[in-house]
Design a protein around this ligand. Sequence first.
Ligand SMILES: *[C@@H]1O[C@H](CO)[C@@H](O)[C@H](O)[C@H]1NC(C)=O
Length: 234
Amino acid sequence: MIISPFKWTLLLVAIIAVQPILSTAVPESNEISDLQQSKRYKLVAFAFENLHRSLWPEELYPAMKNYLNDVKKWSDHDEMLQQSQYYVKIQQTLKTCLDLLEELSNHPFNCSQETALKAKHDTLKALFKSVESERCQQMWASKYLDFTLQMRTILRKSADKFYILLTAAVAAYDKSLDEVEEYEEVDILRWNERFIKETDFSRKQLLTIEFMGLFPDERNILESDCKIQYTNFL
Ligand SMILES: *[C@@H]1O[C@H](CO)[C@@H](O)[C@H](O)[C@H]1NC(C)=O
């Protein structure tokens, strides 16, 4: 199934909206170490790490770099854009985005850098949407759309890779359970039955969010340094 960029954005917006519901208070430190010993925690920690990697795959950086450099090259020379009251701010923001991206390429998966890059790029998008010239707005939009199409392909691949890892991890986890544990962990096993059967890519994404939602306490520990950003560069 092909999802239009617009629907794709809507889906991601829906996904972010789920997030606040999932957060509760961080547990006490002795409860934390107990939790961290559990099979459940180890499973979700593995999922968390690999989900993060699949949402910010290294393959994304060259595509981002091309897109930002392309926008920069165009904006350096476009006379109409240079007349915009936002021009200086656009140039500065572009430079910051490129600097952050460079650091990220050298040290991938740094959560605070990813967050900073996303925030800066959000600023850049807002600036381009505010420029007075409609032609300039459209020029930027077409470059951005081109990038999002590439990004979608990359993210699709990295998500598929993640689903394979997650499926294997849950299968190993399932095997490791004794009868009593199987009873206690029935939420994960039920989820897994649905996940294995699901072939639609978007519904698998939603099931991934549902999976992470099964672990509110564990997630609070895992997300104390790094909140999952289901949206990365959009
Ligand atoms: C992430 O990058 C920031 C800024 O460069 C740095 O201060 C921080 O130590 C890095 N974090 C990790 C986990 O490497």
